[in-house]
Ligand binder design. Sequence first.
Ligand code: YYY
Ligand code: MG
Length: 143
Amino acid sequence: MIKPDGVQRGLVGEVISRFEAKGFTLVGMKLMQVSKELAEKHYDVHKERPFFKGLVEFISSSPVVAMVWEGDGVVASARKLIGATNPLTAEPGTIRGDYGVSVGRNLIHGSDAIETAQTEINLWFSSEELASWQPTMTPWLYE
Ligand code: YYY
Ligand code: MG
């Protein structure tokens, strides 16, 4: 999910390009204004943390772009493309490492495990919003 700062800063295309160029397949995408309720559910695991309230307010403050990407090892690989939570310590070459300076403005969310991804996909998308397709370049990405 490209967070409000990523959308406001005009980095939607850049983020999508990185995932596309890596070889992952986009199967769902929407720009949306997130309700407090959805933001709270999404970050439920952090509800006792001191940053929770500010995080929920931030995520619901301006549109985000929610996406579902598919491919071998996509969850772990996406976390690497995204980089460490704090952009200041995230490696250059990662999205957060290249574009961010502050943990509360780290541009993008990525599911941290396959199970979490499944829960988050169900929370953010209905089944009709997801496309099942195979890019024609698949044999050029996978042997
Ligand atoms: O999964 P990831 O986004 O890398 O980090 P989490 O530890 O799950 O925290 C979620 C979200 O909360 C993080 O992307 C920014 C925000 N946050 C914060 O504002 N301050 C912190 N000290 C830790 C996290
Ligand atoms: Mg997380």
